[in-house]
Ligand binder design. Structure first.
Ligand SMILES: [Zn+2]
Length: 276
């Protein structure tokens, strides 16, 4: 029997977007990780600026089954300007699987603040180009203004431009999907997976989209420490709760939980090019 058995390293669940390198876990990170190991759950811990990207990479390097993304969130740290030079060394790290979370976030911006949209678009384009240059996927954050799909429409327009230039090299996942049916179809058409959170456990708003989205284009995530699913609402979220998201998707699609969990793991390995 060969000792090298690549399939063995695959987890049961994959939380495709968490922030377990954030300070919220400083006091009990080892215990959170132990619970992940017991539940055979892997995760991608996501950076939101240079500082947190460095911490994400450091954590990924120290824990098996934890991967990292590096990049600048559109609204979390408005003082930073994305500079590829700052991120080059990190991008070459073995555990870095994507650039982001990057994208457009119009949720809190003033309609009259044209400068803010320009600022976000500039950082977003710089990160798309950086991802293409380093052959990495994108972890997208897209949040529209309430009652609109504005940020999604702008992101789709920008992605289409790069798709024409770079084809399938442009790839990634749209984290915390809150778009409508039309937007979901356009993003899938562009080759981007959609990831769903614990929100599925307490609203029916995305039920139809989950039913319509092909299983090979769905990822599951917790966005820990945020968005805790039922029955853990009110507590800090952690990657092991991703099982609740898998369960809800299985119910909606009329599939076995095991089948959904396995498909998600395969999807994550494909999108982020994770080697066994
Ligand atoms: Zn996030």
């Amino acid at each position: 029997m060969s000792l090298f058995s690549p399939g063995n390293k695959r987890p049961k669940y994959f939380d495709a977007h968490s922030h377990i390198s954030f300070p919220e876990y400083d006091h009990d990170r080892v215990e959170v990780y132990d619970r992940m190991r017991m539940a055979a759950t892997h995760t991608i811990t996501v950076g939101v600026d240079l500082e947190s990207s460095k911490e994400a990479v450091e954590m990924a390097n120290g824990y098996d089954g934890v991967y990292a993304t590096i990049g600048l969130h559109p609204a979390d740290n408005k003082k930073e300007v994305f500079d590829p030079k700052d991120y080059t060394e990190l991008a070459e790290n073995i555990d870095v699987v994507a650039i982001g979370e990057c994208g457009l976030d119009y949720y809190r911006i003033d309609e009259k603040d044209k400068k803010e949209k320009v600022r976000q678009e500039k950082d977003f384009r710089a990160q798309i180009e950086f991802a293409l240059e380093h052959d990495l996927a994108l972890m997208l954050h897209v949040r529209p203004k309430s009652g609109t799909m504005d940020a999604y429409h702008d992101v789709i327009k920008i992605l289409k431009e790069y798709k024409t230039l770079s084809g399938d090299k442009l790839c990634g996942n749209v984290h915390f999907f809150v778009g409508d049916m039309e937007v979901s179809k356009e993003l899938i058409e562009l080759g981007f997976t959609l990831s769903f959170t614990g929100v599925l456990t307490f609203t029916n708003d995305y039920d139809d989209i989950v039913k319509e989205t092909p299983l090979d284009m769905i990822l599951t995530e917790t966005d820990s420490p945020y968005a805790t699913p039922v029955p853990h609402r009110g507590k800090r979220n952690e990657p092991i709760y991703v099982g609740a998201v898998v369960k809800r998707i299985a119910e909606l699609k009329g599939l076995k939980e095991k089948e959904v969990a396995k498909a998600v793991v395969e999807n994550v390995y494909r999108v982020f090019d994770i080697q066994n």
